[in-house]
Design a protein around this ligand. Structure first.
Ligand SMILES: Nc1nc2c(c(=O)[nH]1)N[C@H]1C(S)=C(S)[C@@H](COP(=O)(O)OP(=O)(O)OC[C@H]3O[C@@H](n4cnc5c(N)ncnc54)[C@H](O)[C@@H]3O)O[C@H]1N2
Ligand code: MOO
Length: 404
C-alpha cells in the first residue's frame, strides 16, 4: 500500500466534514472561536468629533487666543446647538464631543487660566484639528470590520463591542473524544511499576484541541484488547457524540496495533491509512457513526506532529476557520541538512529571528528534545541535501497552534 502525500491526506481529511452550524453567542464566549459571518459596524466610531485630551476646545481661526471659557463638556455629554463664538473656548475632557464650531483642542498644560480667561503659555496646539478624533475616523457604520472565518482574539472582541454588538454569530465548538491505547499506559502521576509508562498523549492532545476551541467530551485509557477498544470507539461515537474521535497508539502493523480492526468491528470504516511523512507514517483516518476517526501513532512526538498537522486543522475546519491549515514561512538553515527520502520530514527545530536550527535528537519518542522545539522544518519528500544559509519552509509553533 503506497503512502499518501501529506497535502493530499490533509485535503481528503478536511473534505470529509462540513463546518458545524453557526449560532449567535455572547462576546464573553467569543475569544478563541471563529466568526461565522462578516461583521459590519452598527455605528460610527467615534460617533462625533471627540476631544483626545483634557483642555479647551477652540476655533483654530482664533489662534493664538486668548479665549473666554463659556462652558464645560465631559465624556458622555451631548453638545448643544449653539456654536462657539469668536474668542470663545469650551472646557473639555478626553472623550467629550466638541461643541459646534470648535475644531481644535488646546491641552491644559499649555495654558494659563485666570478666572474664565485662558491664555496660551507655550506654542499652542499647532494645526487645525489637533487633539481631535474626527467622527468615524476609526470606522463608519456599515463598514465591514472583520471577515468571516477569522479567529477572534481579545482585540476582535473589543472591536465587536465598539461596533455595537453584544453577541456575534460564531462557528460551532467541535466535541472530541480522546482514546489513548496501550496496555502499558498508566494515568499521569499514577505509580509507574516496571513495564508501565505514563500516558502523555492524552493530556497533550487535550491541550492542543482545547487551545483550538474544541471541547473534550471524553478522555480514556484503553488497553490493547480488541473487545475493549471496539467498545470504547462505539462509546465515543454514541455516548460522547464526538465529532472527532482521536486515538493514539495501535496505528502501526504490530500484533497489538488494534485501531484498524477495532474500527471495523465497531461498524466504522477506514478512508485512508499511512502518510508519506516522518514522523507520523501510521496515521489512520476513518469514520464511525457520525464521527471522524483520527488514529494517531503512539510515539509522543509522532502524536504531537500529526496532532498539529491533522487534528488541529480538522478542529479549525469544523469550528468555521477560513484557513484551517497552518502556513509555512521561510527561514535560513543554520546547518547543512541531508537529502530526504520518500517521506516529507518534519524536523523539530528552534527558530530565532530568521534562522532555524534542527534539534540534534530527532527520535519520535523523545519528548524532552521535542519540548525544546518551537518550529518544524518542512523538508519535502525526495528533496536533495540543503546547505547552511539556504532558505527552507518552516511551520512555527504559533502557526501550528502549539504555542503555549
Ligand atoms: N515493523 C514496523 N514497526 C513499526 C512501524 C512500521 O512501519 N513497521 N512504524 C513505526 C512508526 S513510524 C511508529 S510512529 C510507531 C507507532 O506505532 P503505533 O501507533 O502502533 O504506536 P504504539 O506501538 O502503540 O506505541 C509506540 C510507542 O509510543 C508509546 N505510547 C503509546 N501511547 C502513548 C501515550 N498515550 N503516551 C505516551 N507514550 C505512548 C508506546 O509505549 C510505544 O513506546 O510504530 C513503529 N513501528
Ligand atoms: O512515523 Mo513514526 O512516527 O516515524 O516514528
Amino acid at each position: 500500500m503506497s503512502l499518501l502525500p501529506v497535502e493530499e491526506a490533509q485535503a481528503r481529511l478536511l473534505a470529509m466534514a462540513s463546518p458545524l452550524p453557526a449560532c449567535p453567542a455572547p462576546l464573553a464566549e467569543a475569544a478563541g472561536r471563529y466568526l461565522a459571518e462578516p461583521l459590519a459596524a452598527a455605528r460610527d466610531q467615534p460617533w462625533t468629533d471627540l476631544s483626545a485630551m483634557d483642555g479647551y476646545a477652540v476655533r483654530h481661526a482664533d489662534m493664538p487666543g486668548p479665549w473666554r471659557v463659556v462652558g464645560e463638556m465631559a465624556a458622555g455629554a451631548v453638545p448643544g446647538r449653539a456654536p462657539l463664538g469668536e474668542g470663545e473656548a469650551m472646557r473639555i475632557f478626553t472623550g467629550a464631543p466638541l461643541p459646534p464650531g470648535a475644531d481644535t483642542v488646546v491641552v491644559q498644560e499649555d495654558v494659563h487660566v485666570d478666572g474664565t480667561l485662558v491664555r496660551l503659555t507655550g506654542e499652542g496646539p499647532g494645526g487645525r484639528g489637533r487633539h481631535v478624533r474626527p467622527r468615524a475616523s476609526d470606522f463608519a457604520q456599515g463598514a465591514t470590520l472583520l471577515p468571516a472565518g477569522i479567529r477572534l482574539g481579545p482585540a476582535q472582541v473589543a472591536l465587536a463591542a465598539l461596533a455595537g454588538y453584544g453577541a456575534m454569530p460564531l462557528g460551532g465548538r467541535p466535541r472530541i473524544s480522546i482514546l489513548s491505547t496501550g496496555s502499558e499506559l498508566v494515568p499521569p502521576g499514577a505509580p509507574c511499576s516496571p513495564g508501565r509508562l505514563p500516558a502523555s498523549n492524552g493530556v497533550m492532545l487535550r491541550a492542543m484541541a482545547e487551545g483550538a476551541g474544541a471541547t473534550v467530551a471524553g478522555e480514556t485509557l484503553v488497553p490493547d484488547d480488541l473487545g475493549l477498544l471496539t467498545q470504547a470507539l462505539r462509546h465515543a461515537a454514541e455516548a460522547d457524540e464526538a465529532h472527532v474521535i482521536v486515538t493514539s497508539g495501535g496505528a502501526s502493523v504490530g500484533d497489538h496495533d488494534l485501531v484498524r480492526p477495532a474500527l471495523e468491528a465497531a461498524g466504522g470504516s477506514i478512508d485512508f491509512w499511512r502518510i508519506a511523512m516522518r514522523p507520523g507514517k501510521p496515521l489512520i483516518v476513518g469514520r464511525i457513526g457520525g464521527a471522524i476517526l483520527l488514529g494517531l501513532p503512539g510515539n509522543p512526538v509522532s502524536a504531537m506532529v500529526t496532532g498539529a498537522l491533522f487534528l488541529l486543522p480538522l478542529v479549525r475546519h469544523l469550528a468555521g476557520a477560513a484557513e484551517p491549515l497552518p502556513r509555512t514561512r521561510d527561514a535560513m538553515l543554520a546547518v547543512d541538512m541531508p537529502a530526504v527520502g520518500g517521506r516529507t520530514d518534519f524536523v523539530r527545530a528552534t527558530v530565532a529571528g530568521e534562522t532555524v536550527t534542527p534539534i540534534a535528537f530527532q527520535d519520535s519518542a523523545a519528548m524532552h528534545a521535542a519540548a525544546r522545539a518551537n518550529a518544524l522544518i518542512v523538508r519535502p519528500a525526495d528533496s536533495p541535501a540543503s546547505r547552511a544559509g539556504e532558505k527552507a519552509p518552516i511551520l512555527d509553533w504559533p502557526a501550528l497552534g502549539l504555542a503555549g
